[in-house]
Design a protein around this ligand. Structure first.
Ligand code: SNW
Length: 287
C-alpha cells in the first residue's frame, strides 16, 4: 500500500472516530435515557465490557506475574471469578507501584485496584471498597541470623517498607527507634535484605512466606491486621459496580470458590471463618 493511501485511510479513520465521539458526547440518549446507556455499560467501566485492573507484579501469592508475564495469584483469580459472575469476561491487569495505585483508581485510569489492599478509613477518603475478602498479618521478615524477634528488637535497625502500605504507616507510628527505608516494591526491598543494606523488610504475611522460602529468610514478627481486611478498590460513586461486585463476591464465598482459592494459594495457612460458606462456619472451633 502506498504511503498516500495509508495516510488517507488513517485520516478517514480519524475523522470517523472523532465523529463517533462527537455523536456520543452530544446525544442526550447517552447520558439520560437510562436504557441504552446502562445496558451497554451498567457499571460505568472505562471501556464497556472490559475491566481494567491496577495490580502488582511482585506480591506473590496475592498478585504477581508468572514466567510468561501473565497476572495470577489469589487476588487475581478471585477478582477474575467475581468479574465473570457479573458478566465481564475481559479483565486486564496492569502492574503499578503500590504508592500510585489508589490514586490511579481514584482518577479513573483503572476501574478497580486489586492487590491485597487493606480497607481503612483513611483510604476511604479517596476510593470506595468492596466488602472485605482477606484478613491476615503484617510480617517483618529477616535473615535467620538476625536478632530480630519482636518489636523491641527492631530498635536501631534499618527496616524496609513499601511506600504507601499499611506496613509503612504502622512502622511510622510504632517503630519510632527504627530507621525506615522506603522502597517502590517488594522485589527491591528483598534485594536490599539479601545484600544487607537493610536488616529486615515489612510486608504482607503470605508474601513474606513466599520470599522466605525462596531466599532462606524467616518471618520474624507477625502483627494482626484483621481490622483492615483487603477489598477491591473502586472509584467513589460507582455504586452499581460496587454492589454487583459485592453480590458476586458473596456468591463466590458461599459456593466454596473462595475457600478453594484460599487452599490453592495459601496452603497450610489457618483458614479464617468469615468468608467460608455459611454452613461451614464455626466448624473446627470445637464448638
Ligand atoms: O490488612 C491486610 C489484610 O488483613 C490482609 O492480610 C491482606 O493484606 C492487608 O490488606 C495489608 N496489605 C498491605 C496494604 O494494604 C500491603 C499491600 C501490598 O503490598 N500489596 O497496605
Amino acid at each position: 500500500m502506498s504511503i498516500r493511501s495509508t495516510l488517507r485511510r488513517t485520516a478517514i479513520a480519524a475523522v470517523a472516530a472523532t465523529a463517533a465521539i462527537a455523536l456520543v458526547a452530544c446525544s442526550p440518549a447517552a447520558s439520560d435515557a437510562g436504557d441504552d446507556a446502562s445496558t451497554e455499560n451498567p457499571y460505568g467501566l472505562i471501556t464497556p465490557g472490559e475491566i481494567r485492573v491496577a495490580s502488582l507484579g511482585d506480591s506473590k501469592p496475592y498478585t504477581f506475574t508468572d514466567e510468561s508475564g501473565e497476572f495470577t495469584g489469589f487476588d487475581v483469580e478471585l477478582f477474575t471469578d467475581v468479574a465473570n459472575r457479573i458478566g465481564i469476561e475481559k479483565v486486564v491487569f496492569t502492574g503499578q507501584d503500590f504508592s500510585g495505585l489508589l490514586a490511579a483508581v481514584a482518577n479513573g485510569q483503572f476501574d478497580v485496584g486489586v492487590a491485597a489492599i487493606g480497607i481503612t478509613e483513611e483510604r476511604k477518603e479517596t476510593v470506595d471498597f468492596s466488602d472485605g475478602y482477606l484478613a491476615g498479618y503484617l510480617t517483618v521478615m529477616a535473615s535467620p541470623d538476625s536478632d530480630i524477634s519482636d518489636e523491641d528488637s527492631l530498635a536501631g535497625k534499618r527496616l524496609g517498607v513499601v511506600q504507601g502500605t499499611l506496613q509503612e504507616a504502622y512502622a511510622v507510628k510504632n517503630f519510632t527507634d527504627t530507621e525506615l527505608v522506603r522502597f517502590p516494591d517488594n522485589n527491591s526491598a528483598i534485594s536490599a535484605v539479601n545484600s544487607g543494606s537493610v536488616d529486615a523488610h515489612f510486608l504482607d504475611y503470605e508474601a513474606a512466606k513466599e520470599y522466605a522460602a525462596q531466599y532462606g529468610l524467616e518471618n520474624a514478627i507477625d502483627i494482626p491486621s484483621f481490622d483492615a481486611p483487603a477489598g477491591f478498590a473502586i472509584a467513589q460513586g460507582k455504586d452499581e459496580f460496587k454492589e454487583a461486585l459485592n453480590e458476586a463476591l458473596h456468591e463466590a464465598m458461599e459456593d466454596g470458590t473462595w475457600k478453594e482459592l484460599y487452599e490453592k494459594w495459601f496452603p497450610g495457612s489457618p483458614m479464617p471463618d468469615q468468608y467460608l460458606p455459611s454452613d461451614e462456619q464455626g466448624e473446627g472451633e470445637g464448638e
